[in-house]
Design a protein. Structure first.
Length: 175
């Protein structure tokens, strides 16, 4: 946001593209104001701790990707972390782990952002603002569905899950 010179978006001024479903994606929504509901939060399941932010006004986009060495833990703490994850840590080890976490958080917060993330301005087509699409009822399940996502299945309106559920069976019966 600093690189783009923008503030949190009250509406659709910004577009966030996240490449992970990890907790960092939640932080992006809170910090930027970009959300699924506003249509300016785009999830691409690439499994990378990478986040792009685009400014609709200027057309500029900045992408930040976690550096490979940004979160390296000392070997002795890796063993402790495994015990905590497998619920085999003693109460002393749990306390030791909590203290270690607090220290690591402090270190991360004190580091320059650039030491944690590779940051670059990229060229990216910015999607149009969200369009409001009317809902229609799926003839199979009876649930309201965005009209542009309904498809035709044997002459009836069908949502995506119903096309997946009933499509192959009905096609098989036709043969």
């Amino acid at each position: 946001m600093d690189r783009l010179g923008v503030k949190r978006a009250p509406d659709e001024e910004l577009v966030a593209i996240v490449e992970t479903d990890a907790c960092g994606a939640d932080a992006i929504q809170v910090m930027t104001g970009c959300t699924f509901g506003k249509g300016n939060f785009i999830f691409r399941n690439y499994g990378k701790h990478a986040f792009a932010l685009a400014d609709r006004k200027t057309g500029r986009t900045v992408r930040a990707c976690l550096r490979p060495d940004a979160m390296e833990l000392p070997p002795e703490n890796l063993a402790l972390l495994e015990k905590v994850r497998h619920e085999t840590a003693s109460s002393e080890e749990l306390e030791q782990h909590r203290n270690f976490q607090q220290e690591e958080i402090r270190k991360i917060l004190e580091r320059p952002f650039e030491s944690l993330f590779k940051i670059e301005e990229i060229s990216l087509p910015i999607p149009p603002e969200a369009q409001i699409v009317e809902s229609m009822t799926c003839d199979y399940c009876g649930e309201p569905t965005k009209a542009d996502l309904l498809g035709n299945l044997n002459g009836r309106k069908a949502c995506i899950p119903c096309r997946e559920k009933f499509g192959p069976q009905e096609r098989h019966r036709k043969k």
